[in-house]
Design a protein around this ligand. Structure first.
Ligand code: CDP
Ligand code: MG
Length: 734
């Protein structure tokens, strides 16, 4: 409990400090002291820049002397074709000299733990080696990734290396998106997707090798895969399992897999100098931007910058400020290419981060912790570490899950700084104090399985026929509390009976690659005769990012457009539904999207997701064309409530919402269509909680309290939802 408090305090502080930081906007970092640096004021910038310029002039002389040399040697890379260059690059990777030795180890052992520094070539090369030697003739070579972006980008890279079209011999498969074909030999897929595949193919018969990559990340899905794969390799002696990790604590993996051998790829790491801030930084986004500019003007050009931030919003803000400030500095500084990377970035833009930096410019990559181990960007010399990431946090006892910006662990900080020293010595700027690193950061990141809602996974395991969860072979056993909560939740949703066995409803729910609450809403739509509406809504809710965009200059217009969808009531849920419906009515028109400040790309994605959900409905025999009228939106909201009756909040007399069961104070997210409502609804169903500065409810819709007793009588009694009582009591006292 004390830890929670300090996180919260930290965040409150950072908010008040944000205002103060605006006045400091002109500060910049002064990198003088070897191990510490501080942020100083703008008036010193000219001095620093003069010094830097002198440095550049000296270097220019060197450049001239190099350029004067005879350059007609045949091995000059300019004379190679693009593909030859790529092949030459493959041979330079640290894993390459160990190719034969590695393949011999695979031959000798069914299960192998592979350890190698990030960037050594594990993800891109190992599946290719296995393919080259012929394992792919016996079945696909799978390679799991915790992140969608990594699966897509690595598959694209490997397709390029093999000179094949993505989706043919090399493909990827992630939730709602399948880029494969019958001839696919190497398949990159998310760990969650592989879990789903096991539901359909419990022995993974179509695979000859499985690489569980980024095992050190210990995502929930990877941890569950461990348990399942450990079992599968026992009865499938022909399946090779490679567990690949970037950290040295491979012993634990080895022990878990009955003493499996460990294969080490010796790392090639250059020293990285670590700098800490002298005092804690209140606004790390601002501090990061200042540090980027400072590095840019003071450090030699041939080194790109990687900044770790926590999410899309922050990355966009930082990118905007950076572009603006570097524009203001104009030709006084070299060109700065700003490249964001986060999970929902469209894939065309993802590719940008891997493009070589043109001469005379510097690249700055603004990333979430996706760049910590999953993706390696060549040429990074400077790392700026804000010290935070976004993590799921779960209170098993209350059953509340939310996304929280959390300080990273020491191990993660070291992993991040290591990104600066792959190809040459580098520098890492930590936007926190050395004291904080030593005393405040946890040594290791807590595996996700210990801090998450397990309902999804429990439902999946149950449908795999694993009934005795308490004896499932977990690498780290989730808290019994969390398992029990998950069982309770599934029981409340009707997916399990009172003996903990999967019900018919549960079996149907498990067909959907959705959170059980969403699956339940889909299935409930059958009863409320609004499946078509629910599918559109669920597709929109599953996007993971906002469909609405809000350019600063046109914020008012954008807000009006968004609120238009909310006209007629029904909160965010129905607004999303109307948005989707109107887009369909416009015949998927792009101009319609522009006019309504809606992201075309997101809408197309929603359409894709919706089509897949339609298919899944057919499998569980739900008529997906059943639709309700405009004046029957209550039916839609009742379906939502059937899945989300856990997520109910009630407006108190103080003007704040409280969750009904846990009595936690929560607020409507500022991005909601109900955020500025003059008379906000008394009862709300919310989609999810996100803790930033406050505990916010994201995507909310009004409901009638009476529905709760009707829909979830085992969970709500009349007294829970009796509005009149609460209001009358004070009157009665008069
Ligand atoms: O998995 P591991 O961290 O060991 O390395 P990897 O991801 O296989 O990366 C090997 C090399 O491929 C790195 O130098 C990456 O920069 C490069 N790569 C790339 O250029 N483009 C991608 N989309 C992925 C990797
Ligand atoms: Mg990798």
């Amino acid at each position: 409990p004390t830890k929670e408090k300090s996180e919260q305090e930290l965040w409150e502080e950072s908010q008040t400090a944000k205002a103060a930081a605006l006045t400091h906007a002109k500060r910049k970092a002064n990198i003088t002291d070897k191990h510490e640096y501080e942020l100083v004021f703008e008036d010193q910038i000219d001095f620093v820049m003069q010094e830097t310029k002198k440095g550049y002039d000296r270097r220019k002389k060197k450049v001239d002397s190099i350029e004067d040399k005879d350059v007609s040697k045949p091995e000059r890379p300019q004379f190679m074709t693009e593909h030859e260059k790529i092949l030459a690059g493959r041979k330079k990777l640290p894993v390459y000299p160990y190719r034969e030795e590695f393949l011999a180890a695979v031959k000798a052992h069914q299960v192998l733990i592979l350890v190698g520094e990030t960037g050594s070539g594990k993800t891109t090369q190992i599946p290719q080696y296995l393919h080259e030697i012929g394992y792919s003739e016996l079945g696909k070579i799978g390679c799991t990734q915790p992140r969608r972006v990594a699966a897509m980008s690595v598959a694209a890279r490997v397709a390029q290396e093999m000179d094949v079209k993505l989706g043919h011999e090399v493909g990827y498969s992630i939730r709602f998106e399948d880029c494969t074909s019958p001839q696919t030999k190497i398949l990159y897929l998310t760990d969650g997707k592989l879990l789903r595949e096991i539901l359909n193919e419990p022995d993974l018969a179509s695979y000859s090798c499985m690489v569980v990559d980024e095992a050190h990340e210990r995502t929930l899905h990877t941890d569950i895969l461990f348990g399942l794969l450990k079992d599968i390799v026992r009865f499938r002696k022909d399946l090779k399992l490679i567990v690949s990790s970037a950290t040295l604590d491979a012993e634990k993996f080895s022990k878990y897999f009955d003493g499996a051998s460990i294969f080490m790829i010796p790392g090639r790491m250059f020293p990285v100098e670590i700098y800490y801030t002298k005092s804690p930084e209140a606004d790390y986004v601002d501090a990061a931007v200042i540090t980027v500019l400072q590095i840019h003007v003071t450090q030699p050009l041939d080194g790109d910058i990687l900044v770790f931030l926590t999410g899309q919003e922050e990355i966009e803000t930082a990118a905007e400020i950076l572009l603006q400030r570097s524009r203001n500095l104009g030709s006084r500084i070299a060109e700065l290419l700003v490249c964001p990377i986060y999970a929902n970035l469209p894939s065309e833009q993802q590719a940008k981060i891997f493009e070589p930096t043109p001469k005379g410019a510097r690249k700055v990559v603004l990333a979430t912790n996706i760049a910590e181990t999953s993706l390696t960007i060549n040429g990074i010399c400077y790392v700026i570490d804000t010290g935070f990431n976004k993590q799921k946090s779960y209170h098993a006892r209350s059953g509340m899950e939310s996304l929280v910006v959390t300080p990273i662990s020491q191990a993660a900080a070291n992993q991040r700084s290591g990104r600066a020293g792959r190809t040459q010595p580098g520098k890492c700027f930590r936007l926190f104090t050395s004291f904080s690193f030593q005393n405040e950061l946890e040594p290791n990141t807590v595996p996700e399985i210990l801090r998450t809602n397990m309902a999804n996974v429990v439902l999946m395991l149950k449908s795999l026929g694993i009934n005795d969860l308490l004896h499932f072979d977990f690498m780290d056993r989730p808290p019994a509390d969390a398992l029990i909560r998950a069982l309770e939740q599934l029981y409340a949703l009707g997916a399990l009976n009172d003996r903990g066995e999967l019900t018919k409803l549960g079996r149907r729910m498990a067909e959907f690659p959705l959170d059980p609450m969403l699956s339940k809403a889909v299935i409930a739509s059958e009863k409320y005769k609004c499946t078509s509406e629910i599918l559109s809504m669920v597709a929109m809710l599953s996007l993971g990012s906002s469909v609405f965009y809000r350019p600063k200059e046109k914020a008012v217009h954008a807000d009006t457009a968004r609120l238009n969808f909310a006209r007629g009531g029904g909160g965010d849920h129905v607004a999303l539904l109307r948005c989707y419906r109107d887009w369909v009515a416009s015949d998927y028109n792009q101009t319609w999207c522009f006019e309504n400040y809606v992201q075309v790309r997101s809408m197309k994605k929603a359409r894709d997701i919706r089509e897949q959900l339609e298919g899944l409905c057919e499998r569980v025999e739900i008529d997906n064309s059943v639709s309700c009228n405009d004046d029957e939106m209550d039916q839609v909201l009742k379906s939502v409530t059937s899945g989300f009756f856990y997520n109910i909040a009630k407006l108190g007399r103080t003007g704040e919402y409280q969750t009904v069961k846990q009595k936690k104070t929560v607020y409507i997210h500022p991005g909601s269509v109900l955020a500025k409502e003059e008379s906000p609804p008394t009862w709300l169903v919310y989609f999810e909680l996100a803790f930033t500065t406050k505990e916010y409810m994201r995507q909310v819709a009004p409901i009638q309290p009476g529905w709760l007793v009707e829909i979830a009588p085992h969970y709500y009694q009349e007294c829970d939802v009796d509005d009149s009582k609460a209001k009358k009591m004070p009157k009665a006292r008069k």
